[in-house]
Design a protein around this ligand. Structure first.
Ligand SMILES: *Cc1c(COP(=O)(O)O)cnc(C)c1O
Length: 485
């Protein structure tokens, strides 16, 4: 990695006692700096604005350093100045959002962007974003169309729903569903399902934002049909189930399943909504993965509305999917808040292409990266770890030991929280036990500073690199020579 440009002022180029110091008056005027021929090339490439702004900021910093007596003559020679200016301009053009290698062992990692898009989704996205498209234009009639229609039929076909709509993310789907069906009224939820998903998404708060009153029933571990029955009154508008996606209640437990709850609600003319969180559209067990409830099952059980995420197990872009009855989805779609939460054309294009992959289930485990990674054979993962180990050991030489180890990974994003995925990877331990915490932090930082940052995790005094999501070992081994510790 290039040294940060700050080194002109601090670090190696700060004047020692012998080097002559520069005065503020020795610094060139901005116009003179911009007229240097090598700076001219930079202006030709990027235009005057970016280069002049960057030069102005640089000169101002150098002036401060000079006044403080911290600037050497050598730092302000034309060549050094130009070099620094080049680096700074390049640095400003490096996007903040970058690709990383996810070696955390958590496949759908919320902090690392969740699901990877399939090639088909990327191709479609690029193709329809480069030109005008029929986002809200009905090609059959030549009149205004509805963006929902792009994915509604597919979603209905895949889930068995009568109707479907989509919004920006699943938090928005839940908020909109509650607001549209129960604003100013009561929503009954089991105390065992008052989930916090992370960040600011807590069921009781969402209820409040949606303008509905939460009525809690049952206890943390047990809720019975009569708990719901007793809570229903003339103010009740909705009964809700929330999939406890990031924790599990185990032991002496009892919950009311969707079919029973729908029986109770429908007998009183009330709808039931289920928030699934991660929505697997396929039976995960058929792929040897832990079972997850599907929207299909929830609809069969009688739920009026089912909400789920687009970028968790579904393996698509960020999206909130809402499927259900014509009646309920119709009310949700017409609710004014929908306009503020609607999906943009970018993820919508990616979502359509992702959903289409489900029309070819036999190919899904190859075509959908999330499923491909989740079902990657253990022997493959172990082979990757073995391929990387010697090179990493050589680069870390005497300071660390690198071992191939069996690991337990996770699906992630709150899906299937207690289940573990048998995986494999590398465990790196400092040889010197004294100061090993610092040595591990230094190594983790060095890995993060690679051109494609490598993200692992520290556990039990070791840095762990889970190789499940490293399908191409070269992406790591090619970078090992750049590792600077
Ligand atoms: C993840 C999750 C959400 C939020 O979905 P986003 O797509 O992240 O907005 C809501 N409910 C449950 C149960 C979840 O697991």
């Amino acid at each position: 990695m290039a040294r940060p440009p700050e080194s002109v002022v601090h670090g190696s180029q700060a004047p020692s006692d012998e080097t002559p110091r520069a005065q503020a008056k020795d610094l060139p005027a901005i116009d003179r700096l911009l007229r240097l021929s090598s700076v001219g090339a930079l202006v030709d490439e990027h235009g005057h604005t970016l280069v002049a702004d960057t030069a102005r900021a640089l000169l101002s910093e150098l002036r401060t350093a000079a006044v403080a007596g911290r600037l050497s003559q050598s730092a302000i020679e034309s060549e050094a100045l130009t070099r620094t200016l080049h680096t700074r301009v390049q640095t400003r053009l490096v996007p903040r959002m970058r690709s990383v290698l996810n070696l955390t062992g958590t496949v759908i990692h919320t902090n690392l962007g969740r699901a990877l898009l399939a090639d088909e989704a990327l191709k479609h996205l690029l193709a329809v974003m480069q030109a005008p498209n029929n986002l809200e234009y009905d090609l059959a009639t030549g009149s205004r169309g509805d963006r929902d229609s792009i994915v509604e039929n597919l979603l209905c076909e895949l889930t068995g729903a009568e109707a479907a709509t989509v919004v920006n993310n699943n938090a928005a789907a839940v908020l909109l569903t509650i607001a549209a069906l129960a604003r100013g009224k009561e929503v009954i939820v089991s105390r065992g399902e008052l989930v916090e998903i992370g960040g600011a998404f807590r069921m009781p708060d969402v209820m409040e934002s949606a303008g509905a009153r939460l009525v809690e029933v049952g206890t943390t571990n047990r809720t019975h049909p009569h708990d719901y029955e007793r809570a229903i009154n003339e103010r009740t508008a909705l009964l809700m189930k929330v999939h406890t996606s990031n924790y599990a209640v185990q032991g002496f437990t009892s919950a009311v399943d969707e079919a029973t709850l729908c029986g109770i609600a429908h007998a009183r003319g009330l709808p039931v909504a289920t928030d699934l969180g991660s929505g697997a559209l396929i039976d995960m067990a058929a792929y040897g993965l832990p079972r997850e409830p599907t929207p299909q099952e929830m609809l069969k059980a009688g739920c009026d509305v089912v909400t789920f995420s687009g970028d968790k197990l579904l393996g698509g872009p960020q999206a909130g999917l809402i499927v259900g009855t014509k009646e309920a989805v119709g009310r949700i779609r017409k609710f004014p808040m929908k306009r503020a939460l609607r999906m943009s054309k970018l993820p919508l294009a990616a979502l359509e292409a992702t959903l289409m992959l489900y029309l070819r289930p036999e190919r899904l485990a190859q075509d959908l990266p999330t499923l491909r990674l989740l079902t990657r054979p253990l022997a493959d993962i172990e082979a990757t770890a073995r391929a990387v180990r010697p090179e990493l050991q050589a680069a870390l030489s005497a300071r660390y030991t690198v071992e191939c180890v069996p690991l337990q990974g996770q699906i992630g994003s709150g899906s299937l929280p207690v289940e573990r995925l048998p995986s494999a990877g590398l465990a790196i331990a400092p040889v010197e036990k004294k100061g090993s915490g610092r040595a591990l932090d230094a190594l983790a930082a060095a890995l993060r500073h690679l051109p494609t940052p490598v993200i692992g995790r520290i556990a039990d005094d070791r840095l762990i690199l889970d190789c499940r999501c490293l399908e191409d070992a070269d992406k790591l081994t090619n970078q090992i020579p750049l590792l600077s510790l």
